[in-house]
Every structure is written in C-alpha cells, then in structure tokens.
Ligand binder design. Sequence first.
Ligand SMILES: [Zn+2]
Ligand SMILES: [Zn+2]
Length: 154
Amino acid sequence: MNCYCGEDLAFRDCCGRYISGSQLAPTAEALMRSRYSAFKVGNADYLLASLHPSKRASESRESLEQSFANTQWCSLRILSRRNGQSGQTAGEVEFVAFYRSGEEIGQLHERSRFVCENNQWLYSDGDMLPALKLGRNDECWCGSGLKLKKCHPD
Ligand SMILES: [Zn+2]
Ligand SMILES: [Zn+2]
C-alpha cells in the first residue's frame, strides 16, 4: 500500500513517522510530502507545527479544519527540487497537488520554500504557478497511476 504522498511505502514508514513526531523530516521534500499527507489525514497540529513560526499567524486551525471538510486531496506529484537536503538550510520544492471540491477538480501548482532551523525543516512560503494542462497520455489527476485516457475514457 502506498503512502498518501504517493511514495511506495506504507504511511507509517513514510509520512506517518514525521506526522507522529517520532522522527524529523530529513529533507525539504520529505517535509512537503508529510504536509500533503497531513492534509489527507486532517492533522491541523502538524500543519501548524511544520509552518515557520513567522507564518503561523496567517494560518488558523479553523480554516485548516474547514479545508479538510471541503477539499478532498487526490494525488501529489513532485515536479522539481532545489537544495533542501539534509545539512542544508534552505530548499525549494515544486509540486502539483490535485483535489476535488464538490464537483470541481482543481490543482495547486506551487513552488514552496522551506528553511531548516535546529535540524527541523519548516515550510516558509510559496509562489502559486499556473495550472498544468494534462494531456490524455499524462497520469490521471485522481492518483490511480493510469493514463488519463484509460482512467476516465469519454
Ligand atoms: Zn509519504
Ligand atoms: Zn483517474
């Protein structure tokens, strides 16, 4: 069974280790993946704790909990990464996350910035990027692993 973040590992051996607090995410990408999984499992505490302290005032538990109720995250794709390795102090991860909100399929395409303080990676902020256009031969947004044309033939 894959982790919510799409890695070929069980949740407890992947993002679950970081969300439970038993280990610190070793890289910016691991933190990013675990934040995606925290949205899947509805863990506002982890999302707040993994946010840089200077940004916590702009995020509220209420708005996170509302988003858990309204948004169903379908799949995550990491598109690129810069730095963010263990021993470094900053990194960037570009990703696209597909979601369903009511009848609508949407995507969050973002280049996120992370900083590492006291061995702990934290999400700082990010730039929203234009939505990706999916072709029929691209992997489906729903996380099935199938090509779009095979997954939802018209
Ligand atoms: Zn994971
Ligand atoms: Zn699909």
